[in-house]
Design a protein around this ligand. Structure first.
Ligand code: NAD
Length: 290
C-alpha cells in the first residue's frame, strides 16, 4: 500500500520504519531535516512538503505534537490534496474536540478518518508493540486495523470519532494518579520503618497492586527494571504526562465532570516540571513526595 507519513519524531520515526518493514511504500514528511534523513535511512521516501508526501497515497498517517498542528496540517495540506477515498489516521495525542472537528472536516471533504492515539513509548514505537485506541466508524476502523497492526500489538475500536482520544486521556489521567499514589505509599512505608522491598512484596500481591508499582516501579532496585533504575532517564517524560493531564482536564470540563484527583495530579506534575524536571521520567516525582 502507498502510505504518506507526516511527523517523524521520536515516535513517528519508528512507526514509519515499521510500515516499511511490513512492505508498505512510505512517502514521508517532517519539518526537521534530521528527522527526514533518519526516515530515509529506514527506507521511507523523503518528501519536501506534505502535499508531495500525500500524492498517490491510499492512506495518510500523522504523528504530530499537538491539536493545533494536526488541525493546520489536515486543513491546509491533506484535505483536498490526498487522493479522494484515502484513509486518514491521526495517531498524535490531541484534545477530543479537535479530533472530532478534523474528522468532521475530513468527512465533508470525502475522506474517512480515525483518531488512533497510542499507549507505549519510544521503545514500543520502534519495536512495533504499541497499543492503538481507535475512534471512527466501523468501516474506517476495518480499513485502519491492518495498517495499525503493522505498528502495534493491540488495536482496539473505542467508538466514534474522538473516542480514541477520550480513551487515551482517561487512561493517562488514571496513570498520573496511580503513579503519584504509588510514590506516596512507598515514601510513607519508608518513613514508618518498612523496608521498600518488603512493602513491595506485600503490596504487589495485595489490593494496592497497580501498574505503576509492578511494571514501572518508581523506586530504584525494587520490582522490575524501570526508568528509576536508569536515574529516571528515558521512559515517559514529565512534560508529556503534564500535556496529557492538561488535555484530560479540558475534556473533563467539556463533559461537565470535575475529577478532583486528576486536577491534583496535574498541579503536582506542573510544579514538578517547572522545577526543572520536564525532561525526566514522570516516576521521578517520588523525590518530591513523602
Ligand atoms: P516529537 O516532538 O519527537 O515529534 C514530532 C515531530 O513532528 C517532530 O519531528 C516535528 O519536527 C514534527 N512536526 C511538527 N510540526 C510539523 C508539521 N507542521 N509538519 C510536519 N512535521 C511536523 O514528538 P513525539 O514524542 O514523537 O510525539 C508525537 C506524538 O505522540 C505527540 O502527540 C505525543 O503526545 C504522542 N505520544 C508520545 C509518546 C512518547 O513517549 N514520546 C507516547 C505516546 C504518545
Amino acid at each position: 500500500m502507498q502510505i504518506a507519513f507526516i511527523g517523524l519524531g521520536n515516535m513517528g520515526g519508528g512507526m514509519a520504519a515499521n510500515l516499511v518493514k511490513a512492505g508498505h511504500s512510505v512517502r514521508a514528511f517532517d519539518l526537521s531535516a534530521e528527522a527526514l534523513a533518519r526516515a530515509a535511512e529506514s527506507g521511507c521516501m523523503p518528501c519536501k512538503t506534505v502535499a508531495e508526501a500525500v500524492e498517490g497515497a491510499e492512506a495518510v498517517v500523522s504523528m504530530l505534537p499537538n491539536g493545533a498542528i494536526v488541525s493546520d496540517v489536515y486543513s491546509n495540506d491533506v484535505l483536498g490534496k490526498a487522493p479522494a477515498g484515502a484513509l486518514l489516521l491521526d495517531c498524535s495525542t490531541i484534545d477530543v474536540a479537535t479530533a472530532r472537528k478534523v474528522a468532521g472536516a475530513a468527512r465533508q471533504a470525502g475522506y474517512a478518518m480515525v483518531d488512533a492515539p497510542v499507549s507505549g513509548g519510544i521503545a514500543a514505537a520502534s519495536a512495533g508493540t504499541l497499543t492503538f485506541m481507535v475512534g471512527g466508524s466501523k468501516d474506517a476502523f476495518a480499513r485502519a486495523e491492518p495498517i495499525l497492526a503493522a505498528m502495534g500489538k493491540t488495536v482496539i475500536h473505542a467508538g466514534d470519532s474522538g473516542a480514541g482520544q477520550a480513551a487515551k486521556l482517561c487512561n493517562n489521567m488514571l496513570l498520573g494518579i496511580h503513579m503519584i499514589g504509588t510514590c506516596e505509599a512507598f515514601a510513607m512505608a519508608q518513613k514508618l520503618g518498612l523496608d521498600p522491598q518488603t512493602f513491595y512484596d506485600i503490596s504487589s500481591v495485595s489490593s494496592g497492586q497497580n501498574w505503576s508499582m509492578t511494571s514501572y516501579c518508581p523506586l530504584p532496585g525494587v520490582g522490575p527494571q524501570s526508568p528509576a533504575d536508569n536515574k529516571y532517564e528515558g521512559g515517559f517524560a514529565t512534560a508529556l504526562m503534564l500535556k496529557d493531564l492538561t488535555l484530560a482536564l479540558a475534556a473533563a470540563e467539556e463533559a461537565g465532570v470535575d475529577p478532583a484527583m486528576g486536577k491534583r495530579a496535574r498541579e503536582l506534575y506542573e510544579a514538578f516540571a517547572q522545577a526543572g524536571n520536564a525532561g525526566r521520567d514522570f516516576s521521578a516525582i517520588i523525590e518530591t513526595l513523602g
